[in-house]
Write a protein that binds this ligand. Structure first.
Ligand code: BG6
Length: 476
């Protein structure tokens, strides 16, 4: 692909997603020499714009190129703009096609859907009937993929009428994060983790997502979805699959379908969540957002427990926790091990459990809560950390060592590697697990517990301990 001409068409070119993620990522691929020599970007949206004003718009979102603006200028020279009446406007898509054919009839084509999900199906069909040429045609899509199992199936079926699954790349940007991509290496290349990775040694798994801000101008979208659909059903479940799946034969893209099949097998072994196993919260002031209805019962916090019914995970609780307007920004995985067999009788003080912590953000790190002797005259154990801090160890803050999730994922699409994207059966299984719960909450209009902004959310520690995770160390 690197030697073939490439066209990237961005539908929704004036929107937020394109501005904040798509353009900066494409530019980063360009400056890293990862786009083909011959490439062109076509922005497509409804508002009329000149090429100059489009380039100016894109330019605002590109980082400093460290080259006096020369790279930026060259990149922008490859950007073009076309507008249409809608995202299914055949005439306008024919103009896009003419532009593609003029550029190169053999170009590979990537369509990036930075548009509302309600227009996915019509855009996909219109592309099918209007865009010609020999090279491959791939589509990148991003959530929401429906709002429950049924609507997800409808969307999947309508896309399947025009495209093979292998050409649809559904982004879950958590799969593009360094520490998430790291999970397979960590689990399968370290003897001491791979040997301990099951219910014989693991007491509980805790996945946490916290954000210190609320809906931030996205209240209209958020209120229709809520925290379960926005974070748990997709981002946290994808991470959970990578923690819980059986080993694939290979970790590279050539075994992409095996990885995804192993992930889907995890989801298949999870029963639909019961309301008994859920704590819901809403931050105080959420309903003051003018785009949120005054009587909204949408949750902005959720903690829940689930089990994976496989021999490996028998009896191990997986606790998933996500919330907005909390005390800090943090996404992490905690694998809590069972008590060490002799510890209870050898020492006078209680011995904390070992824990493997994988911090996805901020400041990526892996550490193991390890008991050591209290230094000095005492012989009692004290908990300490064996730690790999990615910034210190690898200088992980630059864009080469730690590219943005979108940059990595777009490159994977260009390479035709689909392991890091969500397959339709994964999506459906994830919806199956949450749909009954979501429907029940909505039917009964259950009011979540109100919590103060900037706190850890509504009281849930008792539940979490009951579920099997002992909060013996840090505040999480
Ligand atoms: C998005 C959600 O998918 O992920 C947002 O829609 C959330 O609500 C965001 O803020 C979090 O992403 P990150 O990469 O900042 O953790």
């Amino acid at each position: 692909w690197h030697f073939s001409p490439l066209i990237i068409v961005i539908l929704g070119a004036s929107g937020d997603l394109a501005a904040k993620k798509t353009y900066p990522s494409l530019f980063s691929l360009y400056t890293s020499g990862l786009l083909p020599k011959q490439f062109k970007i076509i922005g497509y949206a409804r508002s009329p714009k000149t090429i100059e004003s489009f380039r100016e718009h894109v330019g605002k979102y590109l980082s400093d190129d460290g080259n006096g603006g020369v790279d930026k200028q060259r990149f922008l020279e490859n950007c073009d703009y076309i507008n249409g009446k809608s995202y299914g406007d055949e005439d306008a898509f024919k103009v896009v096609n003419t532009s593609i054919q003029t550029f190169s009839p053999v170009a590979n084509k990537l369509f990036y859907f930075a548009i509302p999900a309600s227009t996915f199906a019509v855009s996909a069909t219109t592309i099918k009937t209007t865009i010609m040429g020999e090279g491959w045609l791939r589509i990148i899509l991003e959530k929401p993929f429906g709002h429950d199992l049924e609507s997800c199936r409808e969307l999947t079926e309508s896309l399947a009428q025009s495209y093979d699954e292998e050409n649809l790349y559904r982004i879950d940007h958590y799969l593009g994060k360094e520490m998430v991509q790291n999970l397979m290496t960590l689990r399968f290349s370290n003897l001491y983790f791979s040997r301990l990775w099951d219910s014989q040694s693991i007491a509980a798994v805790l996945l946490t997502f916290k954000e210190p801000f609320g809906t931030d101008g996205r209240g209209g979208y958020f209120d229709r979805y809520g925290i379960v659909r926005d974070i748990i059903q997709n981002h946290l479940m994808q991470v959970l699959c990578l923690i819980a799946m059986e080993p694939p034969l290979k970790v590279d893209g050539s075994s992409s379908d095996q990885i995804r099949t192993n992930k889907v097998n995890v989801l298949k072994a999870i029963e639909a969540i019961s309301i008994e196993d859920v704590v819901l919260g809403q931050y105080e002031g959420y309903r003051d957002d003018p785009t949120v209805p005054d009587n909204s019962t949408t949750s902005t916090f959720c903690a829940l427990k689930l089990h994976i019914n496989t021999p490996r995970w028998e009896g191990v609780p997986f606790i998933l926790k996500a919330g907005k307007a909390l005390d800090e920004r943090k996404a992490e995985i905690r694998i809590q091990f069972k008590d060490a067999p002799a510890a209870s009788f050898m020492f006078d003080t209680p011995v904390p459990r070992n824990e493997l912590v994988i911090r996805l953000q901020p400041r990526e790190a892996i550490y193991i809560k390890t008991n050591v002797k209290t230094p000095g005259f005492s012989s009692q154990p004290v908990q300490s950390e064996l730690e790999v801090d990615y910034t210190t160890r690898f200088g992980a803050s630059d864009s080469k060592n730690n590219p943005d999730a979108y940059t990595r994922l777009i490159l994977e699409v260009l390479r035709g590697r689909s392991a890091g994207f969500v397959r339709k059966d994964e999506l459906e299984e994830a919806w199956r697990i949450f749909t009954p719960l979501l429907h029940q909450i909505e039917r009964e209009r259950q009011m979540p517990i109100i919590y103060q902004q900037g706190t850890r959310g509504p009281e849930h520690d008792v539940k979490v301990e009951e579920w099997g995770y002992l909060r013996n160390s840090e505040y999480v």
